[in-house]
Design a protein around this ligand. Structure first.
Ligand code: FAD
Length: 505
């Protein structure tokens, strides 16, 4: 076993959105940070979400006004910080009189429009579904509805961009590295890190540990750190199905179900519609990895209550599932448990301190990271002030509403490349597209073609800058090209990745 000599100020366990957000914030304040992710970045819940940066209209019904207000105010902020991977989305809510009265929805949308500091996103209004194109695919009994704004995010890419920025600001980011045990020293923690690729172990010392292991938070606290946390976690699985495109416009639908839940139907990856999600309480994390047949039936039935053409399980081309690590506030049903986060601090400022992170949403990750550092400010009196509310994520340093202009610039700079490829790359990498394409002057310069519009140059970039190690990392987390490559093409990529393993710089 080797040991890292220089102690870290802060060791973060977990490379999901919360761990990466905390590592980035801390590194930017001048702390010496270690981030360990046992698998790939965003391989836990943070790639399995509905991918909305939203206030959560339905949380108003649970009187979570502060959470909604705080989340709403993050919408335009995150859009501004990463306008390549975050963009506005309009939602159509067909009115179903039997489920909620129109006045209640109007009141909810009025609050939604006004409590979150909305500046650029358009407000809500009524929609006549007998005239609006959004009504065309809906059953004829839905004659009117409401429309409002939220934002969409490429969830796993937001995680990686936070990790990249953390690394650029000096954090030591280790993927495929689990924190397998932790022992308390006099003034610090000693962590044992196991590299799951090589099997090698090493130790590292850190003054403070943040346990941001998402659904694993209690497990890590108990079995790795040997500490029973005061708080409980509720593991609530949520699953999604992807079907061939159901409608041709850019708006999404939010459907109310008879069980008081809601589901979304969202335009996805140009050719598809994403439908989700479910709320299924699980005891074991292993049960949260895969959608069940019952959930597929539930989502198809719920969507078919609204769409003219019923959705069948046979239509499903892809599914994914993830586990919400919710703080147990003693709420009843899984869907009623708060989506807010709770930070549990242990240990004094001059000794080894530990902070467990419970709950949270993608939407609030930046605020969560700020709160974590505030809770630890006595441990780090020299640390800088909050800074992340105006610092763009990698590739996001262009105007909030400037995405189409950036695409035009690339169409002009790389006239030899198809516009569909440049558009996809701009969505993924923003102003970092030039890091991939500069120096190339023809499609041949992009190297081996792996299918659809995936070329060797992009994969080399993902390996070197974004810690991609396997075909799954590339196809399902750095991108969603898994939806487009044939099984044979995916096998070719898998073999190529194995043969050309490159350590990230
Ligand atoms: P994770 O992403 O799970 O990260 C924890 C990481 O810790 C994992 O990658 C894991 O591998 C790692 N880890 C565990 N143990 C160790 C160890 N010993 N050593 C090293 N690493 C370890 N939020 C929104 O804002 N908008 C939405 O639309 C939305 N939709 C959702 C839909 C569903 C179905 C679900 C499940 C969640 C949704 N959320 C949404 C919530 C959001 O996705 C989660 O709150 C968030 O992703 C949790 O991030 P995390 O970093 O805490 O956990």
């Amino acid at each position: 076993m080797t040991s890292s000599t220089e102690p870290y100020d802060l060791a973060v366990i977990g490379g999901g959105i919360n761990g990466c957000g905390i590592a980035r914030d801390a590194a930017g304040r001048g702390l010496k940070v270690l981030l360990c992710e046992q698998s790939d970045l965003a391989s836990g819940t943070s790639s399995a979400s509905t991918k909305l940066i939203h206030g959560g209209l339905r949380y108003l019904e649970h009187y979570e006004f502060r959470l909604v207000q705080e989340s709403l105010s993050e919408r335009e902020r995150l859009w501004a910080l990463a306008p390549h991977i975050v963009w506005p989305m309009r939602f159509v809510l067909p009115h179903n009189e039997e489920l909620r009265p129109a006045w209640l929805i109007r009141l909810g949308l009025f609050l939604y429009d006004h409590i979150g500091g909305r500046k650029l996103l358009p407000g809500s209004h009524m929609v006549d579904l007998t005239k609006d194109v959004a009504g065309d695919v809906l059953r004829d009994d839905f004659r009117r509805g409401f429309e409002y704004s939220d934002c969409w995010v490429e969830d796993s890419r937001m995680v990686v961009l936070n990790a990249m920025d953390a690394a650029e600001r000096g954090a030591d980011v280790r993927v495929r590295t689990g924190v397998t045990s932790v022992s308390r020293q006099d003034k610090s923690w000693r962590l044992t890190l196991t590299n799951h690729e090589t099997g090698q172990t090493e130790t590292a010392d850190a003054k403070v540990i943040v346990n941001a292991a998402g659904p694993w938070v209690a497990q890590v606290a108990q079995s790795s750190i040997g500490m029973n946390s005061k708080s409980d976690i509720r593991l609530v699985k949520g699953s999604h199905i992807v079907v061939p495109k159901i409608f041709d416009h850019e708006r999404s639908y939010i459907f109310q179900n008879a069980d008081k839940r809601i589901i979304f139907a969202i335009p996805y990856q140009t050719n598809f519609t994403l439908i989700g999600t479910t709320d299924v309480e699980v005891d074991d994390l292993a049960d949260g990895k895969k959608i069940s047949n019952g959930e597929i039936d539930y989502l198809c039935d719920a969507a078919s209550e609204y769409f003219k053409k019923p959705i069948q399980p046979a239509d499903v081309v892809w599914t994914y599932a993830g586990v919400r690590p919710l703080y147990d506030d003693g709420g009843g049903d899984a869907q009623q448990v708060t989506r807010d986060f709770v930070l549990e601090r242990h240990g004094p400022s001059d000794g080894p301190a530990l902070l467990n992170v419970f709950g949270g949403k993608l939407t609030t990750y930046r605020r969560l990271a700020e709160d974590v550092l505030e809770k630890l400010d006595d441990c780090f009196p020299e640390a800088g002030k909050p800074w992340t509310d105006s610092a763009a994520l990698p590739g996001g340093d262009f105007p909030t509403q400037g995405f189409e202009n950036l695409c035009e610039t690339y169409y002009a700079s790389y006239p030899w490349a198809p516009e569909t490829l440049l558009h996809r790359l701009t969505r993924a990498y923003g102003t970092c597209v030039s890091d991939i394409l500069d120096g190339a002057s023809s499609m041949d310069d992009l190297g081996q073609h792996f299918g659809h519009d995936l070329y060797e140059r992009e994969i080399e970039y993902l390996k070197q800058k974004e810690w991609a190690r396997t075909a799954e990392d590339v196809l399902w987390r750095r991108s969603k090209l898994g939806l487009f490559l044939t099984p044979d093409e995916q096998t070719t990529l898998t073999d190529w990745m194995k043969a050309k393993h490159v350590e990230p710089v």
